[in-house]
Design a binder for this molecule. Sequence first.
Ligand code: V47
Length: 360
Amino acid sequence: MFSFVDKDLHQIYEKIQSNTRLTFEDGLKLFQSHDLLGIGKLALLVKEKLHGSKVYYVFNRHVNYSNVCLNLCKFCAFGRPPGHKEAYELSIDEILQKLEPSSGKIREIHVVGGLHPYLPYEYYLNLLQAIKTRFPEAQIKAFTCVEIDHLAKISGKDVQEVLLDLKKAGLSCLPGGGAEVFSERIRQKLCPQKITGKRWLEIARTAHKLGIPSNATMLYGHLETYEERLEHLLALRELQDETNGFLCFIPLPFLPQKSYLRKEIAPTTGFEDLKMIAISRLILDNFPHIKAYWVFMGIKLAQVALHFGANDLHGTVLEEKISEFSGKEENKALSRQEIERLIREAGFKPIERDALYQEV
Ligand code: V47
């Protein structure tokens, strides 16, 4: 029997022991509690039930093909309007060259960018085909639901047709970006041009029904309330009940340093980041994996998060432009040895995976 500083956590412990689903109210109690170690203990219990001592990572690379974006969300320091002096778009050859230097077999290539007004539909299909031809062993995780909506617009096709075209060109799964917080109130304030939360969920549903799994994220630590975080998590849990197509959930701490909001919003604290990981593990009982994304969280805190419910440390990376533009002073890459050491020193067993969480 566990003992908790916050006595309210006993009830939640009992629910977890009896596999009773946590409610919105339970989630609120968890967010309002300061018993971080108690919440962490609960999340670790769930994680160990699901994965024993395994912690996953992937030998991967990121490709941010362009920062030109029509949406220009207030939280994003990466996007630039068309014609801006810092705007860029990479040719397919440039992308292949960037992926070339590799000290191991790349298993996942993560491709995302802004909503570019002029790149033609064929660019995206040719990009997938070219990557797949050059790196046949790598699975391609590309284009968030927001980009899929954009591709439907520029091609005049519906979302289902676009997803089938992309799948044929080599797509394995979708990354979890663009979800932000589903709350309309927040979207109106931070990203009024972006697709709604409802549309994001609808596109994820369509992908899952076509056999394309996806990840999900939540951007937290800006203007949202705990209630809005919970609504977001519960909407994901509900869709997962229906499709079982989500692989992984990734809470993304807002990095305000270079965004429009830097003067209004302070960065999240380590306490809040660990709580967010743990509560995600507890509420999302039907999600197989919770990722501690070291690129945004920082390597040291991501390692500690493995004791707070996270069972995935993402990957080796090399270059990732969203965090770089956002001012995150972090390593750009981790070697396989470094990732494995972080996992082992935390007391877990490192398991290399592919984009679909198959062990390699
Ligand atoms: O959708 C943008 C976020 C996301 C900022 O699926 C910011 O495995 C913090 O989704 N501060 C893209 N966050 C990243 C993403 C992701 C990352 C790693 C793994 C996976 C996966 C997905 O980054 C965007 C947005 O929510 N973002 N700007 C910022 N200043």
